[in-house]
Design a protein around this ligand. Structure first.
Ligand code: PMT
Length: 418
């Protein structure tokens, strides 16, 4: 084994990938994508739609993939004797089908089960369990249209992984959501889909709800009480859980972070909104992870408009916010897991254990915040994982991504024992 290969490079090595290309301007990026995947060790075949061939040439794609480019499911007229079963064997050959860019038209064809070209047919002949990644790219209004959204929902229900297009300048010259990610980002999505296929995790298919970031508690219409949470820790857990195949819902306070791929995000502002959003999953989720720094108190009443600075001193009454994690922990049913964080300055282990008991948690991740190496804002964190049965694991200072993976490893162990 070549240990110099990173896990992500290993994910593509020797894998058979079909790239389905539809007729959108983003198709110009696809020869670069094919080259990148080949460089990472994948064997690539291209299924090009009729409209796709207007944006990118068959010759370019055949050159970079070093293979024939497929369009129709019928043998070429000049060579009628060729095999007419390629539409089946190609689908069976593939370890993943990647449709990039996916146009509104092809989404409709796939959702309806059409088999009118090689791309649509491979969608149906791909072996069960092999990932289909769909990268919709089109005008922003088209993308948001009810019919496109309905077709995406149908494809998602069929098991396809839908990667939200990016926001930015579109071919129309307008700004909006509809841009296809760059080839490097597409390759990363394929790698993580393949990795989660190769290393089945007990979290695969489980529903995990994660709270992340701060909450804002309004004083008046322009001011609020909050804290320094950036959301990085919770987002790292969400991304790592999605990589393991979990169905992740991330309930995020106001933060400036991109949604990790494969994650459903619900944006909220206050603790009350976070409680309401989380409550909708209390009965259905398998695992609830509280990584948010929820404000413990909020002003008893929000002052309408902007508070004037006429008085030398003002006083607020603060009232306690709902404890979201505790509400979940105290009502959870057999088979559900409650995981919390404890942000402590003194007597860390004792206070974390107290929180574990009081909130009826299965696992608590103790951390402290110096805003230099650990806790709020920074990219690293030092966690001590305390399990209900008393097992305690002190992790070293790690990136938040690595700390998230270690936390999930422990959650996996707990899942295996229950
Ligand atoms: O967001 P980052 O900048 O990456 O920083 C990460 C973090 C420091 C915010 C994170 O690692 C962390 O420690 N989150 C929990 C912070 C916190 O509020 O700790 P606590 O000890 O006060 O709360 C204990 C647990 O109860 C936490 O899981 C918290 O999410 C939950 N809680 C607390 C209060 C409340 N009203 N509702 C809750 O759900």
């Amino acid at each position: 084994m070549n240990n110099s290969l990173t896990p992500s490079r290993r994910a593509l090595k020797g894998k058979n990938i079909i790239i389905g290309i539809c007729g959108g301007i983003a198709a110009y990026k696809t020869p670069q994508l094919v080259r990148l995947l080949k460089k990472k060790g994948a064997d690539v075949r291209v299924a090009l739609t009729e409209s796709g061939s207007r944006f990118v040439s068959e010759l370019s794609l055949a050159t970079v993939s070093q293979a024939q480019v497929y369009r129709s499911i019928f043998p070429p007229a000049e060579n009628p004797g060729t095999d007419f079963t390629t539409h089946i064997t190609l689908g069976e050959w593939a370890d993943a089908l990647v449709i990039a860019p996916a146009t509104a038209n092809t989404l409709a064809r796939l959702a309806a089960g059409f088999c009118d070209d090689m791309l649509a047919t491979c969608f149906i002949t791909l072996r069960p369990g092999k990932p289909v990644l769909i990268f919709p790219a089109m005008d922003g209004q088209m993308y948001l249209s009810p019919s496109v959204q309905r077709n995406l929902a149908t494809l998602k229900a069929l098991g396809a992984i839908i990667i939200e297009p990016e926001s930015g300048e579109l071919a129309s010259g307008q700004c909006g959501t509809g841009r296809m990610p760059e080839p490097e980002a597409i390759a990363a999505h394929i790698e993580s889909a393949l990795l989660s296929m190769d290393c089945p995790s007990v979290l695969r298919g489980r529903s995990i709800v994660i709270t992340a970031g701060p909450t804002r508690e309004k004083i008046d219409d322009v001011r609020f009480i909050s804290n320094y949470s950036s959301g990085k820790m919770g987002f790292a857990i969400a991304g790592a859980a999605a990589e393991r195949g979990a169905n992740v819902t991330l309930i995020a306070g106001p933060v400036n972070l991109d949604t990790p791929h494969g994650v459903e995000r619900i944006n909220v502002e206050s603790a009350a909104q976070m409680r309401e959003a989380a409550g909708n999953f209390f009965r259905s989720c398998d695992i609830f992870i509280g990584a948010a720094a929820v404000a413990d108190y909020r002003p008893a009443a929000v002052i309408p408009g902007k508070l004037k600075k006429n008085d030398p001193e003002i006083q607020f009454t603060l009232v306690k916010n709902p404890d979201i994690l505790s509400d979940f922990g105290l009502q959870k049913q057999t088979g559900q897991l409650a995981v919390g964080f404890a942000l402590e300055q003194d007597n860390g282990p004792a206070n974390a254990r107290k929180k574990l008991e009081e909130k009826n948690l299965d696992l608590v991740a103790l951390n402290f915040s110096d805003r230099k190496t650990s806790g709020f804002e920074v990219d690293t964190n030092m966690l001590t994982l305390i399990e209900r049965g008393g097992i305690t694991t002190e992790l070293p200072l790690l990136s938040k991504e690595e700390a998230a993976r270690k936390l999930l490893d422990t959650i996996e162990n707990i899942c295996r024992q229950t």
